[in-house]
Design a protein around this ligand. Structure first.
Ligand SMILES: [Zn+2]
Length: 315
């Protein structure tokens, strides 16, 4: 068990104790004047090889249980409503909004029908290159190869590429490969991804041409407008902290343009890829403002005070 898994166990245990001791109710009361925005990714009862291992999936049963809890103790509102109340520093009690990142198809198949049962509104943050160009994010390709074919072979190919470029001696696990995004530029990640696809092309070409992983424009247009809103989750989900100013500009401008072409409007909300804070946030915010983005979201697990900076909201 590594440190992250150990910490996760401690958090689960803590949550378990809070819940069964009833103490959670006091914590909810104490923080009732904070706006909560929660994030989900994949809701499924069947492992998807493109996602399995990423720790972003939740069973439909757990999802329903969580929504029942939220229904009982919180007031679920749209992201637009919560952002508007934060903007006008108009605190509301126990307000919460539900969001989904990455635009996985499981939102339509599994999450949406359960949200409807509760009449809960939600916002889906879409990666425009996945939605419109039907391209796969490199983290999904990597997981797919490891889950469906060979983790050993995938790791060995990545090591060969890294060594050839004199970048790093070796990576030993798929998690370490995923962590490369925190070290290397977008170009290096694209190179790794291209090489992996080339090596496994015959085995994966059919899988890379299906519509089963991400939502399509048609899927999104079928959701009731009042219940499902669309947010921007960048052009191709690269970590902004590893991009140049020019590349960040492209990620924002391109995604706004593509979403506008697809839906007739450019979303007001933008969620940072991986939810990670960036050092050059001011530059990113200026680019966002110039592209009519009204609020930006990190994902550090904190609540929001009413009156907070709309470009530094947390989920
Ligand atoms: Zn994401």
């Amino acid at each position: 068990m590594n440190i992250k898994e150990f910490l996760r166990c401690i958090i689960y245990l803590f949550g378990f104790l809070l819940y069964y001791s009833g103490l959670f109710y006091f914590i909810i009361e104490l923080r009732r004047r904070r706006a909560k925005i929660i994030t989900y990714h994949d809701i499924t009862d069947k492992d998807n090889p493109f996602i399995k291992g990423m720790n972003i999936s939740l069973s439909t049963q757990t999802f329903r249980k969580q929504l029942s809890f939220i229904y009982k103790y919180y007031n679920v509102v749209s992201l637009h409503k919560v952002v508007s109340d934060i903007k006008h520093n108009s605190p509301k009690k126990k307000q919460i909004s539900i969001t989904f990142d990455d635009g996985y198809k499981s939102f339509k198949k599994n999450a949406f029908p359960i949200l409807i049962e509760f009449s809960f509104p939600s916002t889906i943050f879409l990666v425009s290159k996945c939605l419109i160009d039907k391209k796969f994010m490199w983290k999904n390709i990597l997981r797919f190869l490891c889950n469906k074919y060979s983790e050993e072979e995938t790791i060995s190919i990545v090591n060969k590429i890294l060594n050839k470029r004199g970048l790093l001696n070796s990576v030993s696990t798929v998690k370490k490969i995923e962590d490369l995004q925190t070290y290397y530029s977008k170009d290096t990640l694209e190179l790794i991804c291209d090489e992996l696809i080339k090596n496994f092309y015959d085995q994966i070409k059919e899988e890379l041409n299906n519509d089963n992983l991400y939502l399509t424009i048609e899927d999104c247009k079928k959701f009731p407008i009042g219940l499902v809103k669309i947010g921007n989750h960048s052009y191709f989900h690269y970590l902004f902290s590893k991009l140049t100013e020019k590349e960040i500009d492209k990620e924002i401008v391109q995604s706004c343009k593509l979403l506008k072409n697809a839906f007739g409007f450019s979303p007001n909300f933008f969620a940072y890829p991986q939810g990670i804070k960036v050092v050059n946030a001011n530059i990113v915010e200026e680019i966002a403002k110039a592209n009519s983005i009204g609020s930006m979201f990190y994902a550090s697990g904190c609540d929001n005070k009413y009156g907070s900076d709309l470009y530094k909201l947390d989920r």
